[in-house]
Design a protein around this ligand. Structure first.
Ligand code: NAI
Ligand code: MG
Length: 333
């Protein structure tokens, strides 16, 4: 029996989290869902963004499946996502981007994993506005945080027989901050002589990825670049509805899709549940439930390949609930 904190979140969050819950339950796993909520909806009702019970549940279970949370722009509070990642030191944001059969893309092979540093960089939350017409955001790069995310990427590469790791930076301009990150990558790479370190400047990486993504297997980068490159890579394989993610710390993990709360399609039962379902599959893998995880991945791929019950973003007409049903049908068949 696993105790899992389930956070539905905002916008399409409750719809796609419900799908993921149903699909995970269809593998006949013994799950005890501890459902608590945070975000804009909770704020509207209770005047608080993250009620205490949410922190308590996360700290008790240390394993979380989470829907997206809306972050209003320009008002006082910071992103809850950034807050949770920092508070619990979930330093590795891992986002696998893989071509799924049945989806038309310009490229035959895309199979890469992004390792995004998750606790500092330009998302350190240190911003100052001492006068009306000037604002500053501080980019924090530490050797400690850089080494651990880069080691994580190399360890992954080694375990999965990957031949190269690309470090993405802008050390030519930010010589001290990105320079330190790049130095850390060179240092870590020395311990992995069989893995090639590709050094790529972030703007060039954007072009390389849209022209020839199969050149890359593992990407490791700082917080903001990782955020941007994840959405770009999602676009290469069929959109944000497909790409899962994990925020991993030393003894705690939060699994969530790359996408946000998608207010433009919320409440219409048309969101693609795949990204959150695959985040759930990543969670099962992390728990050592590899067989059940694979069952889910195979059922999702079969459903997409068959193409009959896929959502609008994938060119289909199915609703979220219809696609979920089809995935469960493929899983139990
Ligand atoms: P978004 O990812 O929510 O949406 C971008 C576009 O992709 C929209 O057109 C949306 O309809 C589409 N899309 C996203 N997920 C989809 C799905 N599952 N199926 C079909 N189409 C999908 O990004 P946006 O609009 O920039 O952000 C909306 C809110 O979400 C913001 O408040 C933002 O801060 C928040 N956000 C939260 C995240 C989290 O909780 N981890 C991550 C990213 C954004
Ligand atoms: Mg993002």
């Amino acid at each position: 029996m696993y105790d899992i904190t389930l956070i539905p979140g905002d916008g399409i969050g409750p719809e796609v989290i419900d799908s993921a819950k149903q699909v995970i339950e269809a593998t006949e796993i013994d799950m005890n869902w501890d459902i608590v909520n945070a975000g804009a909806d909770v704020y509207a009702k209770k005047g608080i963004l993250v009620p205490d019970e949410v922190f308590k549940s996360i700290e008790r279970n240390k394993m979380v499946l989470k829907g997206p949370i809306t972050t209003p722009i320009g008002c006082g509070f910071r992103s809850i996502n950034v807050l949770l990642r920092k508070k619990y030191d979930l330093f590795a944001n891992i986002r696998p981007v893989k071509k799924i059969k049945g989806i038309e893309t310009p490229f035959k092979n895309i199979d890469l994993v992004i390792f995004r540093e998750n606790t500092e960089g330009l998302y350190s939350g240190i911003e100052v506005k001492e006068q009306e017409d000037e604002a500053r955001a501080i980019k924090v790069i530490t050797k400690k945080a850089s080494l651990r995310i880069i080691k994580e990427a190399f360890e992954y590469a080694q375990k999965n027989n990957k031949e190269k790791v690309a470090v993405v930076h802008k050390a030519n301009i930010m010589k001290l901050a990105d320079g330190l990150f790049l130095d850390c990558a060179r240092e870590v790479a020395k311990s992995y002589p069989h893995i090639e370190l590709q050094e790529v400047i972030v703007d060039n990486m954007c072009m390389q990825l849209v022209m020839n993504p199969s050149k890359y297997e593992v990407i490791v980068t700082t917080n903001l670049y990782g955020d941007i490159l994840s959405d770009l890579c999602a676009g290469l394989v069929g959109g944000l509805g497909l790409v899962p993610g994990a925020n991993i710390g030393r003894d705690m993990a939060i699994f969530e899709a790359v996408h946000g709360s998608a207010p433009d399609i919320a409440g219409k039962n048309i969101a693609n549940p795949t990204a959150v379902i695959l985040s759930g599959a990543m969670m099962l893998n992390y728990l050592g439930e590899n067989k059940r995880s694979k069952l889910i991945v195979d059922a999702v791929e079969r459903t997409i390949e068959e193409g009959k019950y896929v959502t609008v973003d994938l060119g289909g007409t199915a609703s979220t609930t219809e696609m979920t049903k089809a995935i469960i049908q493929n899983l139990v068949d």
